[in-house]
Design a binder for this molecule. Structure first.
Ligand code: IPE
Ligand code: IPE
Ligand code: MG
Length: 254
């Protein structure tokens, strides 16, 4: 098959199949308005619901939202408690509409430090939305890219120790399948709001070839126009995956 025919190469299909978002800037958004950080997080939850609906409408099949990082436990106790309580409250409140809209929700991350109440609602939402096929929504909570890679290595080490996997069988595909997001494909577009240009330990493995979009807009202000701008920016990218531009768009013969 010629390179021009290879669909794995002739991307950009213009529309991202998977968008991942570092929802940053809730605190600064609140501070600028003389509000508490908690109010910023509440508005952040409104913006999260909005991007889910925008993605559904745009026909984006996969969306991953970074809600709480492994490092966010280091925040003041009161803020951590507020975020955990908000998480429980939003999951409970949104469950009927997730089912109604055929959204499959999964929480990806280390659950060991969550309360029993939070674990119970996560399990319930995951079970009751498991058949949703309009959008796969991953909420990254107590998630870190290094945690993810480490837990995948541990999982495979256990399989090797049990004789279920040979070390020689471990290739990129096997490794990927042990990561928390599997079987969701890698993000095409990574959006970070709030003005910082860093990954903050988000999807370290999965973002190897993602298009990175940074905007100064704080997360609670990320609206339909901002969403459309990010999608429009993505559509202009030339994704080469190591190849040359000519291989991606060969000159017409003659
Ligand atoms: C992102 O907003 C939400 C979480 C990390 C939970 P921040 O709370 O980090 O907001 P800023 O960066 O302080 O403005
Ligand atoms: C990244 O934001 C984590 C989430 C958005 C959940 P942070 O606000 O924690 O990132 P840093 O600390 O500024 O890098
Ligand atoms: Mg921040």
């Amino acid at each position: 098959m010629g390179i021009a025919d290879d669909s794995a190469v002739s991307l950009n299909q213009n529309r991202p199949q998977h968008i991942a978002v570092v929802m940053d800037g809730n605190g600064r958004w609140a501070q600028e308005r003389g509000l508490s950080r908690g109010e910023g997080h509440q508005q952040g939850a409104v913006a999260a619901k909005r991007i889910v609906e925008l993605s559904l409408r745009a026909g984006i099949p996969h969306l991953t939202l970074f809600a709480f990082s492994s490092e966010n436990w280091q925040r003041p106790e009161a803020e951590v408690e507020l975020l955990m309580a908000l998480f429980v409250q939003r999951l409970e409140a949104e469950l009927p509409s997730l089912i109604e809209q055929q959204i499959r929700l999964r929480v990806v991350g280390n659950r060991a430090n969550f309360s029993n109440e939070l674990i119970a609602i996560i399990n319930r939402v995951e079970t009751e939305t498991a058949h949703g096929d309009a959008l796969s929504l991953q909420i990254a909570a107590d998630y870190g890219g290094r945690w993810d890679i480490t837990q995948a290595a541990r999982l495979m080490a256990r399989q090797v120790a049990a004789g279920e996997l040979q070390p020689e069988q471990i290739d990129e595909a096997v490794f990927q399948s042990a990561l928390a997001l599997s079987p969701v494909p890698d993000p095409d577009l990574l959006i970070r709001t709030g003005g910082e240009c860093r990954i903050s330990n988000f999807l370290l493995w999965q973002c190897a070839y993602s298009e990175l979009y940074f905007t100064d807009i704080c997360w609670p202000d990320f609206d339909e126009q901002a969403f459309n701008e990010s999608i429009g920016w993505y559509a202009q990218r030339s994704r080469r995956f190591g190849r040359t531009q000519e291989q991606i768009t060969p000159r017409q013969a003659g």
